[in-house]
Write a protein that binds this ligand. Structure first.
Ligand code: CO
Length: 298
């Protein structure tokens, strides 16, 4: 439900108060699995294959974070992707990116790299040490079958390029979608992804309307929150119910907290994954593997 009201304190003229009458509840808390990828980078996989159907259109979420450069310094050397998009959000540290489509960029604190692999890229993602700390997330967003073989696309957004608003002790960085009248850096028609980074002061409350059919989750990564009335501590994926009677989610900060809120419209298509390739059928996976092997992917 959306209520247009006048705003008094915000520099964002389009800001619109959005109210939630009935919050979704937390269906379950997922602890994630410690794993390593690339050249031995340690990470926590919060969303993996068993949840892909439940959280369609999202395929994967990794949280990486370490203050030991040895854990990540070699990063993710050249590797391929096909059939989906990767969204990398850097909270601390820097990551250098280079791909076979000729894109090169340095992702810095608070920045987002959005890459559409489409028919295929081969790229490397190499952390650049900054005071020995690196922390961030990588989210994989599926593409509808009709877009899986489209041309690759890539864009880096610095922290200053990302739309954001502040109201009532809440600062929201709108990475994708739209929140309280503020359009995000990226929009996608097929899946309407919403990706918000939320910073709440102690006692602040954030309401985000969500269509009941959209799958959604929250990852608190600082402080503690109550989501739909249930206490959530950092490091877990709080999977939100698709209760048809709920019109969104209400997040309340128990103390100063930060969280990612992610939601999107499910594609409802078959998901065939083999490592970095996500297609609709096994046959398309075999094609991706042979295209990569024959150098036709990047
Ligand atoms: Co990659």
């Amino acid at each position: 439900m959306t209520t247009a009201t006048t705003t008094t304190t915000t520099p964002t003229p389009a800001l619109r108060a959005e109210r939630v009458l009935s919050s979704r509840s937390v269906e379950r808390l997922v602890a994630g699995t410690a794993t390593s990828d690339g050249a031995g980078v340690k990470l926590t996989r919060l969303l993996s294959q068993p949840l892909q159907r439940r959280l369609d259109p999202f395929l994967m979420l990794d949280a990486f974070g370490s203050d030991d450069p040895d854990d990540y310094i070699a990063g993710f050397p050249d590797h391929p992707h096909r059939g989906f998009e990767t969204v990398t959000y850097m909270i601390a540290g820097r990551m250098k990116h280079r791909d076979s489509a000729g894109h090169e960029g340095l992702l810095e604190n608070g920045g987002v790299q959005w890459m559409t692999a489409g028919r295929g890229v081969v790229h490397s993602e190499i952390p650049q040490q900054e005071e020995g700390v690196m922390e961030g997330f990588q989210l994989w967003l599926n593409l509808p079958g009709r877009d899986k073989m489209k041309a690759p696309w890539y864009r880096d957004f610095g922290a200053a390029d990302l739309p954001r608003f502040t109201s009532g002790g809440v600062t929201a960085v709108v990475i994708a979608g739209e929140s309280h009248g503020v359009a995000g850096a990226v929009t996608r028609e097929a899946t309407e992804p919403l990706v918000l980074d939320l910073h709440l002061e102690a006692g602040a409350r954030f309401e985000q309307p969500l269509p009941p059919g959209h799958n959604a989750f929250v990852v608190v990564y600082r402080g503690a929150a109550a989501i739909g009335g249930r206490d959530v501590t950092p490091g877990k994926l709080a999977l939100l119910s698709n209760d048809p009677a709920a019109d969104g989610v209400v997040i309340e900060a128990k103390d100063g907290m930060r969280a990612l809120l992610v939601a999107g419209r499910p594609l409802g298509e078959p998901i065939a994954q083999y490592g970095p390739f996500v297609m609709n059928t096994e046959e398309e996976i075999h094609q991706a593997v042979s295209d990569y092997r024959d150098g036709r992917l990047g």
